[in-house]
Design a protein around this ligand. Sequence first.
Ligand SMILES: [Zn+2]
Length: 687
Amino acid sequence: MKKLLCILLALTMVLSLGVPAFAAEGERPGAAWIDSGIYGVYEGKGEIRLQDDFAAAVNREWAESAKINDGEANVSARTEHTDEINREKIALITGEKKDDEKLTSLQNLYALLLDWDARNAAGLDGLKPFVEDLMGLSSVEEMTAFLSDPQRNLFGTPMVMDMVMGNTEDAFTNILYIMTPAMFSDDPSAYEAGDEESPAIAVNRQLCEYMLRKLGYSESEAKELFDKAMDFERGFLPGLEAMEKKMEGKGTADVFSQRFTTEEIRDMYKNYPLCEIYKALGFDLDGRLVGIMTPDVIGCIDAQYTDENLDKLKAWVLAHTITEFTSYCDRETFAETTLLQAPMTGIDTLPPDEIYAMKTITALVPSLVDEVYVEYCFDKSIKPQIYDLTVMMIDAYREMLREEDWLSDATKAAAIEKLDNIKINVCYPDNLPDVGSLTIKSAEEGGTLFDAIKAARIFGRGIAAEIVQRRNDGTYWKFDNYYSTLAACYVQTENSINVFAGICGGDYYQADWPLEKKLGGVCMVVGHEITHAFDDSGATFDKDGNYKDWWAEEDTAKFHERVDKLKAWYRDFVPAPELSDEPYGEEGANRVSGEAISDLGSVKCLLSIAAKQENFDYEMFFTQLAIIQKNARYAAAELPTLANETHPVEYSRCNVPLSNFEKFHETFGVQEGDGMYTAPADRITVW
Ligand SMILES: [Zn+2]
């Protein structure tokens, strides 16, 4: 999904604002810092002072002995605690049977995934009837029947990427958003005529051709099929170009505001029965609005959905479906296709079996994994503690907003109203929507991995179909939140902050810690999520989650001035100087600004709490803020990661916020000329 959001970001490029360069030439911002998140970067480096590069100095000892797991590109505070959570989940799933259908299904799925003998014997057999069925279709009418049958259409959607979320204009209803067609690249320029295939398309070609050869096609047949699929996909180019033009100077909200009735959709797409296929797949869209973020590109499926194009259409459906199944066949296929993706992932090792199985289960049926984790592994006494810390942060934030001297009273009051209306979701939901159950048979009961995967995918789609119908009334959590994984998020369309069970441990939280460490750990995350309600994107949504302006005009101008100053800083900031002189630039600054604003806002809020404590240990607090950003990533993976990442590079998420606060300078004796020094006039806090 991330891949597809990127294309949308590319389509919604914000116009250049013409802010003057931040620092004099030769003094790029953060010039004293190393990208301490690159594995092995400290080798041969002399002493690094806390006053010059706080993240590097604090995390050096850890980084010099940290080990990256096989199958991973990095090790970090995040991956270490994720390992811990995975160990607990694996112990549960490989442990004794219980009278619990959800757990039993997960245990059976896990066992089927690791039954390599059965998998090697089956090879790609599960896919063969699908391929035969698809390639035997002789008209688009038959194609429609094929795509409409969840047992036959293994891709699971009408060949588009979609998601369910709150309606940005009516926060209490959910809406199905169709993002883009299935595509092999998120970069429109990859579809223009050129001599060389883009890296993403080249990797997908290799994956697809590998699968086709394993399915019995010859090398030339495999190549021809992928060429045909790409031919179909190149047919999206006019739509991509039209979208780019239409969205010039517009924002994300404009993308979300493209909603249509099913009648309008039937009118727009005469060949391609999008709504009918959805209906047959279990999504009843009649009488509802449907979001289509790239209507012109979807229109290109419609234009090509004819009998004359049937060959290309079949090849396209085939290519996208079989590449979804590379991890579910025999061992050799799993290994080879994982390594083929190394140019995109920077990962050239395979994960241990049990981690592979756990990750696969989590991706397939996250809601079940969440439920059993909370039921059997998570210490439930943590929940009220996290709730109290969250309320403490919101209380401090209210004070902070009251004291913002650049805001008018009216906007301040509206901001506080929004803050007070934030829905607090911590650890795990108390209510779960009833979405039916999933039964996975064990091998002894005649179950096969292929059938299990198919059932799990259909179950996942059923949840999405159920959520579309629901009112977004605050009684449940949205299901695409994986609360047993290490994460937290702010949901604009709900005005909710979500601090998951999976982040309440490791370097983020321990019940017996002093307040200083809790503030530097999980509270930093909470404050960050609260600030998302007021970052450059969140500030355009109101207290209920509707896309609605609640700002006084003069305050909007002042807000943008502050955001532009922050963006100018990031525009000139070089995130990985060891690997490239390339600064974030305009596009990168626009991409990371929301996260950067949120980090800065959180530290300000935390410092206001610290100021009220007696004998507060600032050193401990600031050190914890650095620890949660510790990271060591293979150099080969660093630039590909940064290219799409909406969070600024890890070390800067420590160094930038801290260098902006007087209290930090005071604590460590940072002076003008030190790498961590930022003069008051150059500081970039938005809140
Ligand atoms: Zn964030």
